[in-house]
Ligand binder design. Structure first.
Ligand SMILES: [Fe+2]
Length: 301
């Protein structure tokens, strides 16, 4: 027999008290959110007949998730970060704010303050010379009318050949494979870098532990992350996922989208060996207001 009590007036009153509704202090916004979390958690426990063992296992899981700083990875892996993109797309469509390069998830591995260059630069520190394939990555940033945008900031970051990111991988030099480029008079950015590898969740980590129980892998295709910004234009958070990767359309974080596939072309030459070229252009939307020029206030490294 299924017993349910969460809907009763006594329990609803109790949840409201626990969420702070019987005092005048604190944040009314957070009170509303916490009340909903309590009500919905109770409903899940009742509807799915969650056992005590399952409940405490989940509490332990959250502790371990936070202890490993993998909460940002799990929300990507469960598609919640992608859902936020789809929801914003739908909100934009409703007010006719469309066009330009699609947005896609940021992921948890951005680091602010990367070295700033005009027009072009090299991104890698040379530590994978002989292992990595050199990659020339370039393109233009356009405004909503298709005109080149000079002075836009292209803030990009990507993994090395082992699929790890500087800062989070302390074996890499500071800001390796992280740069900010100011576009030139023709809206161009151009970097010499290396072809990144895709990566997988730590097989021993809590995110992969959850994915295993869902029967899912935790692999991403090779990709390059971008923040593109320019005065008067809407900040764009996106990434290009590289063609030819086996996980291109099987990305555990659901970041690959139509319009965001980067076509990598590999060349062999007698003098410089194997190298890759990738051209990718971006188009920004006009900013509906000043705050739209800024990236989200998500806490970052
Ligand atoms: Fe990434």
């Amino acid at each position: 027999m299924t017993v349910k009590i969460a809907h009763t007036p006594e329990l609803q009153k109790f949840f409201a008290e626990a969420a702070g509704f019987t005092n005048d202090d604190g944040s009314s916004r957070l009170k509303n959110i916490v009340l909903r979390v309590l009500q919905d958690s109770a409903k899940i426990i009742e509807d799915l007949d969650i056992s005590e063992n399952e409940f405490w296992k989940a509490v332990d899981y959250l502790n371990r998730l936070g202890g490993r700083s993998e909460a940002g990875l799990l929300v990507a892996g469960l598609g919640i970060e992608h859902f936020l993109d789809l929801l914003q797309d739908a909100k934009d469509a409703q007010i006719g704010l469309t066009g330009g390069t699609p947005r896609t998830i940021e992921g948890p591995l951005y680091v602010a303050g990367a070295p700033l260059f005009e027009g072009e630069c090299r991104m890698d520190d040379g530590s994978e010379e002989g292992v990595a394939t050199q990659m020339l990555l370039e393109g233009q940033v356009f405004d909503p009318h298709g005109q080149p945008l000079a002075g836009a900031t292209v803030d990009l970051w990507h993994a090395n050949t082992r699929g790890t990111y500087s800062f989070f991988d302390p074996s890499q030099s500071a800001y390796n494979l992280r740069r900010r480029i100011i576009t030139d008079a023709e809206g161009r950015y151009r970097v010499r870098s290396i072809v990144p590898s895709g990566y997988g969740c730590d097989p021993q980590g809590p995110t992969q532990e959850c994915l295993n129980l869902l029967g899912r892998h935790g692999q991403r295709p090779a990709h390059v992350h971008f923040f593109i910004s320019a005065p008067g234009h809407r900040h764009l958070t996106t990434q290009i996922n590289l063609s030819g990767d086996q996980y291109l359309w099987d990305d555990f974080a659901y970041a690959t989208r139509e319009g965001l596939v980067g076509e990598v072309v590999f060349h062999e030459s007698e003098t410089s060996g194997r190298h890759a070229e990738l051209t990718f252009d971006f188009q920004l939307q006009a900013a509906p207001d000043a705050s739209a020029e800024q990236r989200s206030q998500r806490p970052r490294a």
